[in-house]
Ligand binder design. Structure first.
Ligand code: TRP
Length: 420
Protein backbone atom coordinates (compact mmCIF):
# COMPACT_ATOMS: atom_id res chain seq x y z
CA UNK A 1 0.00 0.00 0.00
CA UNK A 2 1.43 3.41 -0.85
CA UNK A 3 1.84 6.08 1.80
CA UNK A 4 -0.96 8.06 0.13
CA UNK A 5 -3.46 5.23 0.39
CA UNK A 6 -2.54 4.64 4.00
CA UNK A 7 -3.34 8.24 4.78
CA UNK A 8 -6.66 7.99 2.99
CA UNK A 9 -7.60 4.89 4.94
CA UNK A 10 -7.43 6.62 8.27
CA UNK A 11 -9.20 9.89 7.50
CA UNK A 12 -12.88 10.53 8.15
CA UNK A 13 -15.31 10.99 5.22
CA UNK A 14 -15.29 14.78 5.72
CA UNK A 15 -11.53 14.96 5.62
CA UNK A 16 -11.55 12.67 2.66
CA UNK A 17 -13.75 15.11 0.78
CA UNK A 18 -11.25 17.85 1.52
CA UNK A 19 -8.42 15.78 0.16
CA UNK A 20 -10.41 15.04 -2.98
CA UNK A 21 -11.07 18.73 -3.61
CA UNK A 22 -7.44 19.56 -2.92
CA UNK A 23 -6.39 17.20 -5.69
CA UNK A 24 -8.71 18.80 -8.23
CA UNK A 25 -9.97 22.24 -7.26
CA UNK A 26 -11.55 24.91 -9.44
CA UNK A 27 -9.90 28.32 -9.56
CA UNK A 28 -11.24 30.83 -7.06
CA UNK A 29 -11.22 34.57 -7.72
CA UNK A 30 -13.14 36.92 -5.46
CA UNK A 31 -12.14 40.04 -3.50
CA UNK A 32 -10.63 37.86 -0.75
CA UNK A 33 -9.23 34.80 -2.52
CA UNK A 34 -7.08 34.32 -5.58
CA UNK A 35 -6.09 30.76 -6.29
CA UNK A 36 -5.51 29.00 -9.60
CA UNK A 37 -7.10 25.61 -10.17
CA UNK A 38 -5.38 22.54 -8.73
CA UNK A 39 -5.19 19.62 -11.17
CA UNK A 40 -3.67 16.32 -10.01
CA UNK A 41 -2.25 18.15 -7.03
CA UNK A 42 -0.48 20.69 -9.24
CA UNK A 43 -1.09 24.40 -8.78
CA UNK A 44 -2.13 25.92 -12.13
CA UNK A 45 -1.88 29.52 -13.27
CA UNK A 46 -5.03 31.64 -13.20
CA UNK A 47 -7.03 31.07 -16.39
CA UNK A 48 -7.88 34.64 -17.41
CA UNK A 49 -9.84 33.72 -20.53
CA UNK A 50 -12.17 31.74 -18.33
CA UNK A 51 -12.56 34.74 -16.03
CA UNK A 52 -13.59 36.95 -18.95
CA UNK A 53 -16.19 34.37 -19.81
CA UNK A 54 -17.52 33.75 -16.31
CA UNK A 55 -17.54 37.46 -15.33
CA UNK A 56 -19.01 38.49 -18.70
CA UNK A 57 -16.41 41.18 -19.51
CA UNK A 58 -14.68 42.00 -22.80
CA UNK A 59 -11.08 41.18 -23.74
CA UNK A 60 -8.76 44.07 -24.52
CA UNK A 61 -7.89 43.34 -28.10
CA UNK A 62 -5.68 44.86 -30.77
CA UNK A 63 -8.51 47.21 -31.84
CA UNK A 64 -8.73 48.77 -28.35
CA UNK A 65 -4.96 49.22 -28.21
CA UNK A 66 -4.98 50.83 -31.65
CA UNK A 67 -7.75 53.21 -30.67
CA UNK A 68 -5.94 54.21 -27.47
CA UNK A 69 -2.81 54.92 -29.46
CA UNK A 70 -4.59 56.95 -32.13
CA UNK A 71 -6.57 58.98 -29.59
CA UNK A 72 -3.73 59.75 -27.20
CA UNK A 73 -0.88 59.92 -29.69
CA UNK A 74 1.17 57.78 -27.31
CA UNK A 75 2.29 54.19 -27.42
CA UNK A 76 -0.01 52.22 -25.08
CA UNK A 77 1.43 51.66 -21.59
CA UNK A 78 3.65 48.61 -21.12
CA UNK A 79 0.96 47.05 -18.88
CA UNK A 80 -1.48 47.27 -21.80
CA UNK A 81 0.99 46.04 -24.42
CA UNK A 82 1.87 42.99 -22.31
CA UNK A 83 -1.73 42.12 -21.58
CA UNK A 84 -1.60 42.83 -17.83
CA UNK A 85 -4.69 45.02 -18.22
CA UNK A 86 -6.57 42.41 -20.20
CA UNK A 87 -10.30 42.98 -19.78
CA UNK A 88 -12.82 45.81 -19.66
CA UNK A 89 -16.42 46.89 -19.43
CA UNK A 90 -17.45 49.70 -21.78
CA UNK A 91 -14.02 51.27 -22.07
CA UNK A 92 -15.09 52.51 -25.49
CA UNK A 93 -17.71 54.77 -23.93
CA UNK A 94 -14.96 56.61 -22.05
CA UNK A 95 -12.78 56.80 -25.17
CA UNK A 96 -15.77 58.28 -27.03
CA UNK A 97 -16.05 60.99 -24.40
CA UNK A 98 -12.35 61.72 -24.60
CA UNK A 99 -12.69 62.06 -28.35
CA UNK A 100 -15.68 64.39 -27.93
CA UNK A 101 -13.86 66.38 -25.21
CA UNK A 102 -16.57 65.59 -22.65
CA UNK A 103 -15.61 65.30 -18.99
CA UNK A 104 -15.01 61.99 -17.22
CA UNK A 105 -12.85 60.91 -14.29
CA UNK A 106 -10.85 57.98 -12.98
CA UNK A 107 -11.68 56.16 -9.75
CA UNK A 108 -9.55 53.58 -7.99
CA UNK A 109 -8.83 52.54 -4.43
CA UNK A 110 -6.88 50.57 -1.94
CA UNK A 111 -7.70 48.62 1.20
CA UNK A 112 -5.00 49.66 3.66
CA UNK A 113 -4.39 46.44 5.59
CA UNK A 114 -0.75 47.01 6.47
CA UNK A 115 1.98 49.63 6.55
CA UNK A 116 3.88 48.15 3.69
CA UNK A 117 2.82 48.14 0.09
CA UNK A 118 4.44 45.70 -2.31
CA UNK A 119 5.10 45.59 -6.05
CA UNK A 120 1.73 44.01 -6.81
CA UNK A 121 -0.11 46.88 -5.11
CA UNK A 122 1.63 49.35 -7.39
CA UNK A 123 0.21 47.94 -10.63
CA UNK A 124 -3.23 49.65 -10.70
CA UNK A 125 -1.70 52.91 -9.47
CA UNK A 126 1.08 52.96 -12.06
CA UNK A 127 -1.52 52.39 -14.70
CA UNK A 128 -3.82 55.08 -13.30
CA UNK A 129 -0.92 57.51 -13.32
CA UNK A 130 -0.43 56.81 -17.03
CA UNK A 131 -4.16 57.21 -17.73
CA UNK A 132 -4.31 60.48 -15.80
CA UNK A 133 -1.30 61.68 -17.72
CA UNK A 134 -2.61 60.86 -21.21
CA UNK A 135 -6.21 61.93 -20.53
CA UNK A 136 -5.32 64.86 -18.27
CA UNK A 137 -8.37 64.05 -16.15
CA UNK A 138 -9.30 64.08 -12.46
CA UNK A 139 -8.72 61.00 -10.31
CA UNK A 140 -10.29 60.02 -7.00
CA UNK A 141 -8.67 57.37 -4.81
CA UNK A 142 -10.64 55.70 -2.03
CA UNK A 143 -8.80 54.30 0.98
CA UNK A 144 -11.13 51.72 2.46
CA UNK A 145 -9.88 51.76 6.05
CA UNK A 146 -13.46 50.94 7.12
CA UNK A 147 -13.47 47.87 4.87
CA UNK A 148 -10.29 46.52 6.41
CA UNK A 149 -11.69 47.08 9.91
CA UNK A 150 -14.83 45.12 9.02
CA UNK A 151 -13.10 42.30 7.18
CA UNK A 152 -9.98 41.78 9.30
CA UNK A 153 -10.99 40.98 12.87
CA UNK A 154 -7.43 41.36 14.15
CA UNK A 155 -7.02 44.98 13.11
CA UNK A 156 -7.77 47.84 15.48
CA UNK A 157 -9.62 50.82 14.07
CA UNK A 158 -6.75 53.18 14.90
CA UNK A 159 -4.36 50.94 12.97
CA UNK A 160 -6.54 51.08 9.86
CA UNK A 161 -6.51 54.89 10.03
CA UNK A 162 -2.73 54.92 10.37
CA UNK A 163 -2.29 52.52 7.44
CA UNK A 164 -4.46 54.84 5.31
CA UNK A 165 -2.11 57.75 5.74
CA UNK A 166 0.99 55.60 5.28
CA UNK A 167 -0.38 53.99 2.13
CA UNK A 168 -1.46 57.37 0.74
CA UNK A 169 2.19 58.44 0.74
CA UNK A 170 3.15 55.37 -1.27
CA UNK A 171 0.32 56.09 -3.68
CA UNK A 172 1.37 59.73 -4.12
CA UNK A 173 4.91 58.52 -4.88
CA UNK A 174 3.51 56.93 -8.06
CA UNK A 175 3.53 60.45 -9.50
CA UNK A 176 -0.06 61.69 -9.58
CA UNK A 177 -0.94 65.23 -10.59
CA UNK A 178 -1.40 67.17 -7.30
CA UNK A 179 -3.90 69.53 -8.95
CA UNK A 180 -6.12 66.73 -10.27
CA UNK A 181 -6.00 63.99 -7.64
CA UNK A 182 -8.12 63.59 -4.53
CA UNK A 183 -7.19 60.82 -2.09
CA UNK A 184 -9.60 60.18 0.77
CA UNK A 185 -9.97 57.87 3.74
CA UNK A 186 -13.50 56.60 4.24
CA UNK A 187 -13.28 57.12 8.01
CA UNK A 188 -12.39 60.74 7.42
CA UNK A 189 -14.51 61.62 4.46
CA UNK A 190 -17.80 59.68 4.34
CA UNK A 191 -20.60 62.11 5.18
CA UNK A 192 -22.72 64.76 3.46
CA UNK A 193 -23.27 64.18 -0.26
CA UNK A 194 -21.10 61.07 -0.11
CA UNK A 195 -23.31 59.49 2.53
CA UNK A 196 -26.44 60.49 0.63
CA UNK A 197 -25.26 58.33 -2.25
CA UNK A 198 -24.24 55.51 0.10
CA UNK A 199 -27.81 55.17 1.36
CA UNK A 200 -29.36 55.67 -2.08
CA UNK A 201 -27.20 52.77 -3.24
CA UNK A 202 -27.84 50.55 -0.24
CA UNK A 203 -31.60 50.87 -0.74
CA UNK A 204 -31.14 49.34 -4.22
CA UNK A 205 -29.20 46.29 -3.07
CA UNK A 206 -30.90 43.45 -1.23
CA UNK A 207 -29.26 41.38 1.45
CA UNK A 208 -29.54 38.30 -0.74
CA UNK A 209 -27.83 40.03 -3.69
CA UNK A 210 -24.89 41.09 -1.55
CA UNK A 211 -24.70 37.68 0.07
CA UNK A 212 -24.67 35.78 -3.20
CA UNK A 213 -22.32 38.18 -5.00
CA UNK A 214 -19.69 37.97 -2.27
CA UNK A 215 -20.42 34.60 -0.73
CA UNK A 216 -21.21 35.87 2.77
CA UNK A 217 -22.56 33.46 5.38
CA UNK A 218 -25.07 33.97 8.21
CA UNK A 219 -22.36 34.45 10.81
CA UNK A 220 -20.66 37.31 8.91
CA UNK A 221 -21.09 40.74 10.48
CA UNK A 222 -23.75 42.99 8.89
CA UNK A 223 -21.17 45.64 7.96
CA UNK A 224 -19.71 43.35 5.32
CA UNK A 225 -22.91 43.04 3.35
CA UNK A 226 -23.41 46.81 3.44
CA UNK A 227 -19.84 47.69 2.53
CA UNK A 228 -20.45 47.42 -1.23
CA UNK A 229 -22.52 50.64 -1.03
CA UNK A 230 -19.48 52.52 0.23
CA UNK A 231 -17.15 51.18 -2.46
CA UNK A 232 -19.82 51.90 -5.09
CA UNK A 233 -20.46 55.54 -4.13
CA UNK A 234 -17.29 57.09 -5.66
CA UNK A 235 -18.43 55.74 -9.04
CA UNK A 236 -20.98 58.57 -9.16
CA UNK A 237 -19.89 62.16 -9.66
CA UNK A 238 -22.31 63.85 -7.25
CA UNK A 239 -20.56 61.96 -4.44
CA UNK A 240 -17.87 64.67 -4.73
CA UNK A 241 -19.51 68.13 -4.69
CA UNK A 242 -16.16 69.90 -4.26
CA UNK A 243 -15.04 68.41 -7.59
CA UNK A 244 -18.23 68.00 -9.62
CA UNK A 245 -20.76 70.33 -7.94
CA UNK A 246 -24.20 68.76 -8.25
CA UNK A 247 -23.46 67.11 -11.59
CA UNK A 248 -24.50 63.45 -11.41
CA UNK A 249 -23.97 62.72 -15.10
CA UNK A 250 -20.17 62.59 -15.33
CA UNK A 251 -19.06 58.97 -15.80
CA UNK A 252 -15.91 57.35 -14.48
CA UNK A 253 -13.46 54.70 -15.55
CA UNK A 254 -12.29 52.33 -12.82
CA UNK A 255 -8.89 50.66 -13.23
CA UNK A 256 -8.71 47.72 -10.80
CA UNK A 257 -7.55 44.14 -10.40
CA UNK A 258 -10.14 41.70 -11.74
CA UNK A 259 -11.03 40.47 -8.22
CA UNK A 260 -12.79 43.81 -7.57
CA UNK A 261 -15.21 43.29 -10.44
CA UNK A 262 -18.04 41.84 -8.26
CA UNK A 263 -18.34 45.21 -6.46
CA UNK A 264 -18.75 47.03 -9.72
CA UNK A 265 -21.13 44.54 -11.29
CA UNK A 266 -23.53 45.44 -8.48
CA UNK A 267 -22.65 49.13 -8.86
CA UNK A 268 -23.54 49.02 -12.55
CA UNK A 269 -26.95 47.49 -11.75
CA UNK A 270 -27.56 50.20 -9.17
CA UNK A 271 -26.49 52.98 -11.55
CA UNK A 272 -29.30 52.03 -13.85
CA UNK A 273 -31.86 52.22 -11.03
CA UNK A 274 -30.57 55.60 -9.83
CA UNK A 275 -30.30 57.01 -13.37
CA UNK A 276 -26.58 57.60 -12.99
CA UNK A 277 -24.11 56.65 -15.74
CA UNK A 278 -22.64 53.18 -15.28
CA UNK A 279 -18.95 53.13 -14.41
CA UNK A 280 -16.65 51.70 -17.08
CA UNK A 281 -13.91 49.32 -15.95
CA UNK A 282 -10.50 48.16 -16.99
CA UNK A 283 -9.20 45.05 -15.25
CA UNK A 284 -5.69 43.86 -14.39
CA UNK A 285 -4.33 40.40 -13.89
CA UNK A 286 -2.75 39.62 -10.52
CA UNK A 287 0.85 40.16 -9.77
CA UNK A 288 2.13 36.66 -9.05
CA UNK A 289 3.81 35.75 -5.75
CA UNK A 290 7.50 34.91 -5.78
CA UNK A 291 6.48 31.27 -5.27
CA UNK A 292 4.69 30.96 -8.60
CA UNK A 293 1.98 32.07 -11.01
CA UNK A 294 -0.97 30.30 -9.29
CA UNK A 295 -1.60 32.99 -6.69
CA UNK A 296 -1.00 36.65 -5.98
CA UNK A 297 1.63 38.50 -4.05
CA UNK A 298 0.51 38.86 -0.46
CA UNK A 299 1.63 41.40 2.14
CA UNK A 300 0.99 38.90 4.93
CA UNK A 301 3.47 36.36 3.54
CA UNK A 302 6.83 38.13 3.73
CA UNK A 303 8.70 35.72 1.47
CA UNK A 304 6.01 35.99 -1.23
CA UNK A 305 6.47 39.69 -1.80
CA UNK A 306 8.89 42.43 -2.73
CA UNK A 307 8.00 45.42 -0.61
CA UNK A 308 8.42 49.03 -1.66
CA UNK A 309 10.58 49.46 1.44
CA UNK A 310 12.94 46.58 0.56
CA UNK A 311 16.62 47.43 0.19
CA UNK A 312 18.53 46.70 -2.98
CA UNK A 313 20.16 43.71 -1.24
CA UNK A 314 16.79 42.34 -0.08
CA UNK A 315 15.43 42.50 -3.62
CA UNK A 316 18.43 40.60 -4.92
CA UNK A 317 18.11 37.97 -2.20
CA UNK A 318 14.40 37.45 -2.66
CA UNK A 319 14.68 36.98 -6.43
CA UNK A 320 17.66 34.67 -6.13
CA UNK A 321 16.28 32.61 -3.23
CA UNK A 322 12.51 32.60 -3.55
CA UNK A 323 11.53 33.36 -7.16
CA UNK A 324 9.99 30.31 -8.81
CA UNK A 325 12.00 29.37 -11.87
CA UNK A 326 10.74 27.96 -15.13
CA UNK A 327 14.27 26.96 -16.09
CA UNK A 328 15.62 23.44 -16.50
CA UNK A 329 16.52 21.53 -13.31
CA UNK A 330 20.23 21.54 -14.16
CA UNK A 331 22.34 23.69 -16.44
CA UNK A 332 22.67 20.75 -18.87
CA UNK A 333 18.91 20.12 -18.98
CA UNK A 334 18.26 23.83 -19.41
CA UNK A 335 20.65 24.01 -22.38
CA UNK A 336 19.07 20.93 -23.90
CA UNK A 337 15.35 21.63 -23.41
CA UNK A 338 15.19 25.34 -22.66
CA UNK A 339 13.06 27.12 -20.03
CA UNK A 340 9.38 27.98 -19.70
CA UNK A 341 8.95 31.77 -19.51
CA UNK A 342 5.22 31.41 -18.82
CA UNK A 343 6.00 29.64 -15.54
CA UNK A 344 9.04 31.71 -14.64
CA UNK A 345 8.54 34.42 -12.05
CA UNK A 346 11.60 36.55 -12.90
CA UNK A 347 10.46 36.54 -16.53
CA UNK A 348 6.94 37.52 -15.55
CA UNK A 349 8.16 40.37 -13.34
CA UNK A 350 10.30 41.59 -16.24
CA UNK A 351 7.29 41.52 -18.52
CA UNK A 352 5.48 43.87 -16.08
CA UNK A 353 8.39 46.26 -15.59
CA UNK A 354 10.72 46.14 -18.59
CA UNK A 355 9.46 48.70 -21.08
CA UNK A 356 11.72 47.69 -23.99
CA UNK A 357 9.63 45.45 -26.32
CA UNK A 358 12.60 44.24 -28.30
CA UNK A 359 14.58 43.25 -25.24
CA UNK A 360 11.72 41.32 -23.64
CA UNK A 361 11.07 39.48 -26.93
CA UNK A 362 14.74 38.57 -27.14
CA UNK A 363 14.84 37.38 -23.52
CA UNK A 364 11.77 35.22 -24.07
CA UNK A 365 13.19 33.62 -27.19
CA UNK A 366 16.62 32.93 -25.73
CA UNK A 367 15.23 31.61 -22.46
CA UNK A 368 12.91 29.23 -24.28
CA UNK A 369 15.81 28.05 -26.40
CA UNK A 370 17.99 27.51 -23.35
CA UNK A 371 20.73 29.90 -24.51
CA UNK A 372 19.86 32.39 -21.76
CA UNK A 373 20.50 30.89 -18.31
CA UNK A 374 18.23 31.19 -15.26
CA UNK A 375 21.02 33.06 -13.49
CA UNK A 376 21.29 35.68 -16.22
CA UNK A 377 17.52 36.09 -16.42
CA UNK A 378 17.37 36.61 -12.66
CA UNK A 379 20.20 39.10 -12.87
CA UNK A 380 18.30 41.25 -15.39
CA UNK A 381 15.13 41.01 -13.32
CA UNK A 382 17.02 42.14 -10.20
CA UNK A 383 18.46 45.16 -12.04
CA UNK A 384 15.10 46.25 -13.35
CA UNK A 385 13.31 45.85 -10.00
CA UNK A 386 16.12 47.52 -8.05
CA UNK A 387 15.86 50.53 -10.33
CA UNK A 388 12.09 50.68 -10.09
CA UNK A 389 12.03 50.38 -6.29
CA UNK A 390 14.99 52.75 -5.90
CA UNK A 391 13.32 55.47 -8.02
CA UNK A 392 10.10 54.96 -6.09
CA UNK A 393 11.88 55.37 -2.75
CA UNK A 394 13.45 58.62 -3.93
CA UNK A 395 10.03 60.01 -4.93
CA UNK A 396 8.50 58.84 -1.67
CA UNK A 397 11.15 60.65 0.37
CA UNK A 398 9.72 63.88 -1.09
CA UNK A 399 6.17 63.17 0.09
CA UNK A 400 5.90 65.26 3.25
CA UNK A 401 2.88 65.54 5.54
CA UNK A 402 2.04 68.85 3.87
CA UNK A 403 1.98 67.17 0.44
CA UNK A 404 -0.19 64.40 1.85
CA UNK A 405 -2.62 66.90 3.41
CA UNK A 406 -2.92 68.68 0.07
CA UNK A 407 -3.89 65.47 -1.77
CA UNK A 408 -6.37 64.58 0.98
CA UNK A 409 -8.18 67.91 1.12
CA UNK A 410 -11.57 68.05 -0.67
CA UNK A 411 -11.21 70.74 -3.34
CA UNK A 412 -11.90 71.70 -6.92
CA UNK A 413 -9.82 69.72 -9.42
CA UNK A 414 -10.40 72.26 -12.18
CA UNK A 415 -13.18 70.42 -14.01
CA UNK A 416 -15.14 72.60 -16.44
CA UNK A 417 -18.64 72.02 -15.05
CA UNK A 418 -20.35 73.77 -17.94
CA UNK A 419 -19.11 71.11 -20.43
CA UNK A 420 -21.91 68.62 -21.08
N1 TRP B 1 -11.61 46.99 -1.98
C1 TRP B 1 -10.35 47.42 -2.50
C2 TRP B 1 -9.22 46.69 -1.77
O1 TRP B 1 -9.41 45.99 -0.83
C3 TRP B 1 -10.15 48.90 -2.37
C4 TRP B 1 -10.96 49.72 -3.35
C5 TRP B 1 -11.95 50.62 -3.05
C6 TRP B 1 -10.82 49.73 -4.76
N2 TRP B 1 -12.44 51.20 -4.15
C7 TRP B 1 -11.78 50.68 -5.23
C8 TRP B 1 -9.99 49.07 -5.66
C9 TRP B 1 -11.89 50.95 -6.60
C10 TRP B 1 -10.12 49.34 -7.02
C11 TRP B 1 -11.06 50.28 -7.48
O2 TRP B 1 -8.08 46.81 -2.15
Amino acid sequence: MSADQQVKDIVTPMENATIATEQKAEQIVDPWNVQGAVVDGKQMSIDYDRLIESFGTRAIDEAVLQRMETLTGRKPHVLLRRGVFFSHRELNRILDRYEQKKPFYLYTGRGPSSDSMHLGHMIPFLFCQYLQDVFDCPLVIQLTDDEKFLFKPNLKLEECIRFSRQNAKDIIACGFNPEKTFIFSNFQHVGGAFYHNVVRISRCITYSQSKSTFGFVESDNVGKSHFVSIQAAPSFSNTFPAIFGDRSDIPCLIPCAIDQDPYFRLTRDVAHKLKYPKPALIHAKFFPALQGPGTKMSASVDSSAIFMTDTQAQIKNKINRHAFSGGGATMELHKEHGGKPEEDIPFQYLSFFLDDDEEIARIEKEYRAGTLSTGDLKKRCIEVLQKFVGDFQARKAAVTDAVLDHFMTPRSLGVDLSAK
